[in-house]
Write a protein that binds this ligand. Sequence first.
Ligand SMILES: NC(=O)c1ccc[n+]([C@@H]2O[C@H](COP(=O)([O-])OP(=O)(O)OC[C@H]3O[C@@H](n4cnc5c(N)ncnc54)[C@H](OP(=O)(O)O)[C@@H]3O)[C@@H](O)[C@H]2O)c1
Length: 227
Amino acid sequence: MPMKVILFGATGMVGQGVLRECLRDDRVESVLAVGRTPLGVEHAKLRELVHPDLAALMNLPGTKAQLTGYDACFFCLGVSSAGMSEAAYRRITHDLTLAVARPLATWNPGSTFVYVSGQGTDSTEHGRVKWARIKGRTENDLLALDLDAYMFRPGYIQPLHGITSKTRLYRAAYVVTTPLYPLLRRLAPNHVTTTEQLGRAMIAVAVEGARVHVLEARDINSTASRL
Ligand SMILES: NC(=O)c1ccc[n+]([C@@H]2O[C@H](COP(=O)([O-])OP(=O)(O)OC[C@H]3O[C@@H](n4cnc5c(N)ncnc54)[C@H](OP(=O)(O)O)[C@@H]3O)[C@@H](O)[C@H]2O)c1
């Protein structure tokens, strides 16, 4: 049966890729993009919910009705830790993610929740790398909720189909690395994925689950090619 999807972070690089695959895939009946910035995209399957403060949105009286009855949430919202204090990075990465996921788990219990984490995430939460610890805590807290949660840990992501990152640092890095992509893919196939593979893999786990709940790049790529 076609599914109804909530998408966070649809204006970002990963989110744009996931939105594209959802809109093209018949197994996705509709997409509700939730974000602080309007998408500027129109499509028969797409609706938007825009609010400047997403944590506050989750507490508004009307939000429960708007976010109930969904099969899956693809959470692509996130920031680079570069230049951010630990507290500020934690507020977006952990606190905002859980502020969304906790009510969704009560409104859509057992539904699929895919979180875009990152290669090198520290499940122990005690390592020396700030971003990896905080992503680890986020993953662990999500996995404890009443959700069918999947942690996606991509390494290098190649944006396809004209998609660009919102993060200036990443945009600059892609100018340099794009010509190297075919080589990277040959030398390190288990560390490289694309925005298209991420979107296809999210749809695949929402449709038929996955063997594991923490997916590294190679798992994402094999899941993407499954359907
Ligand atoms: N890019 C990579 O190579 C890579 C690799 C591994 C993992 N990841 C992870 O993938 C996730 C997405 O990365 P990306 O490359 O797609 O990032 P991006 O292009 O910078 O997009 C970030 C997205 O998050 C939203 N966002 C950020 N802070 C927000 C806030 N406070 N409130 C509401 N929305 C907020 C942005 O919305 P606005 O449009 O409103 O700013 C945008 O939709 C991140 O968690 C990142 O760590 C990325």
